[in-house]
Design a binder for this molecule. Structure first.
Ligand SMILES: Nc1ncnc2c1ncn2[C@@H]1O[C@H](COP(=O)(O)O)[C@@H](O)[C@H]1OP(=O)(O)O
Ligand SMILES: [Mg+2]
Ligand SMILES: [Mg+2]
Ligand SMILES: [Mg+2]
Length: 406
């Protein structure tokens, strides 16, 4: 397996925290240290992984017959074909499916049930507006069935069958505005819906913000092969016989881990250690409408990158980069597009905890504390620490060239 990894599971963070020196006792700093020590986010991570794994099994293309969790009457292939056939268009013309809504309802429901003592705030992509209209009733019935099928084995929740109203409420839990104080979950229920519909890459991306910072992220990529998807290895994931389905997870200061669907232990992953741009490869969006491919290729040329771009959908790019499949991710949306926090929160912690760097085109860290939008300069660039200075230089030069040619 071409992954930079060390086998092992995360250590219990309590054991590695220093004791508080007497001089700090009763001071404001001491209370901050105590608070930080108390915040292991273990149960939050467990809840987030539970929701993401359930959805991975639900959406996994070649699930057929495998009944590890035993909660499906349909095989994955049939299930997924049904989900992919039910597509609607949102007001911004982007597609939304029963899977997007169903995934948001399932995550919202599981987080609330698993973390009953915490106040619950969720910033998520979908809302129930269209499902409350007459024209949305059939779709709402299908979503409700999907959610009930997914939760059927959760006896511990002691729930009766969920009604359509329960499902609408679970989706609308995602209406929080986020911000710089308190805790907020951030969810993209299906990131890369176009990739999902094509049978290519997509992700379920869930992160937790605390005081405006991402402290935990789970990125489930049901179609991502366990083997590297480096630049010489582009193929149709659906037809691949390789093992597919990877879940990445990261907690602040504890590294990034990857887990497969077969129940094996998580492996620690690292970004690549490449220093020479000539040996580097880069990821960008599959959809040209999502990112300026000509700007990326000008940057790559200036840097001296020789390999062609690896074009894949969704935050699977962050996951692949976190395990060293590629070295750079370039994202330059068309003018006027505003990036949302749910498109980067989980991916960014997965990469930074694996040793990488995520900034805007000006080299500033992403700021997740401003509500549902990221307020940033021009684009998003991701790479390892060694390559970042020369990448930033190439980005600046290419942007200047582009501006002066207009
Ligand atoms: N016009 C756009 N420009 C940039 N990103 C977009 C645009 N429209 C949708 N997106 C979002 O970009 C992300 C996918 O980008 P990519 O696959 O190119 O990396 C998704 O989050 C997608 O939303 P969605 O979550 O609805 O799929
Ligand atoms: Mg969408
Ligand atoms: Mg998205
Ligand atoms: Mg989405």
């Amino acid at each position: 397996m071409a992954i930079n990894c060390l086998r092992g599971v995360p250590k219990t963070p309590f054991l590695s925290k220093p004791l508080i020196p007497p001089s700090l006792l009763f001071s404001r700093r001491a209370s901050l240290v105590v608070t930080a020590a108390a915040m292991s986010y273990d149960k939050e991570l467990a809840a987030a992984k539970k929701a993401a794994f359930k959805l991975m099994f639900l959406l996994y293309a070649d699930f057929g017959g495998l009944s590890v969790l035993g909660f499906f009457s349909l095989t994955g292939k049939v299930q997924k074909a049904l989900l992919q056939s039910d597509v609607h268009s949102k007001s911004d013309k982007s597609p939304v499916t029963v899977a997007d809504y169903g995934s948001q309802a399932v995550v919202s429901f599981i987080l609330e049930k698993e973390l009953p003592t915490e106040s619950f705030s969720l910033v998520a992509e979908e809302d129930s507006g269209d499902l409350r209209k007459e024209s949305g009733q059939e779709t709402l019935q299908r979503i409700t069935k999907l959610v009930n099928d997914t939760l059927v084995n959760e006896e511990a929740y002691a729930i009766a069958t969920l009604s359509t109203e329960d499902v609408l409420r679970a989706i609308d839990n995602g209406k929080s505005e986020g911000g710089s104080s308190g805790r907020h979950w951030v969810l993209d229920p299906i990131d890369g819906t176009k990739g999902f519909l094509r049978g290519d890459q997509y992700a379920i991306a869930l992160a937790l913000l605390n005081e405006g910072k991402v402290v935990l992220g789970v990125l489930a990529c049901p179609n991502l092969p366990l083997a590297s998807i480096g630049s010489n290895n582009q193929h149709s994931f659906e037809s691949s016989h390789d093992k597919v389905g990877c879940l990445f997870f990261a907690k602040v200061d504890e590294g990034t881990y990857m887990q497969s669907l077969d129940g094996s232990s998580p492996v620690k992953v690292h970004v690549s250690a490449i220093e020479n741009p000539e040996e580097a490869s880069f990821f960008e969006s599959f959809e040209a409408a999502h990112s300026l491919h000509d700007l990326s290729s000008s940057i790559a040329k200036k840097l001296g990158v020789k390999a062609p771009p690896v074009r894949i959908d969704s935050q699977a790019k962050y996951g692949a980069l976190s395990r060293g499949d590629g070295d750079i991710y370039l994202r330059f949306p068309h003018k006027g597009y505003r990036e949302k926090i749910w498109d980067h929160a989980a991916g960014s912690i997965v990469v930074t905890e694996a040793g990488g760097v995520v900034t805007d085109a000006a080299g500033k860290p992403l700021d997740f504390s401003k509500g549902k939008y990221l307020d940033l300069d021009t684009g998003i660039i991701v790479t390892n620490q060694k390559l970042m200075p020369s990448l930033l230089k190439a980005v600046r030069a290419s942007i200047e060239e582009k501006v002066s040619s207009l």
